[in-house]
Write a protein that binds this ligand. Structure first.
Ligand code: SF4
Length: 116
């Protein structure tokens, strides 16, 4: 009978590479997923969820957003869990996100950019 090893054997080698935690926030590694010019509703909802439930920097991110945009809003991005349209309108509810997406404000814009 063999011994049960719960981790892959490769992990037990003395010089085996260790799994590193991701460097920086998810939006830094995958900026397109935080842009409303790319993807669509499922992508935006996923990015918002990561901001709100999975990013340890959300508080600092929100403070930075307020510092950089004290009187207006960022444009066409998801920032600290809030999505902003291409005119800087915050989409504060899921309904607002759905309506924005169904107005074709996602992949249609990508096609327009490619065609230009
Ligand atoms: S909270 Fe800010 S830093 Fe964190 S993933 Fe969202 S946008 Fe990026």
């Amino acid at each position: 009978m063999g011994t049960h090893i719960s981790r892959p054997a490769a992990d037990l080698r003395p010089n085996a590479p260790r799994t590193q935690p991701p460097l920086g926030p998810a939006c830094k590694a995958d900026p397109e997923s935080w842009s409303l010019d790319h993807g669509g509703l499922p992508d935006w909802l996923r990015a918002i969820r990561i901001c709100v439930t999975g990013c340890p920097l959300v508080q600092q991110c929100w403070e930075a957003r307020n510092r950089l945009y004290p009187t207006e809003h960022p444009v066409g991005v998801i920032w600290a869990g809030t999505a902003y349209t291409d005119t800087g309108e915050p989409l504060l509810t899921q309904q607002a996100l759905v309506e924005y997406a169904s107005d074709g404000n996602c992949r249609r814009r990508q096609r327009r950019t490619v065609a230009a």
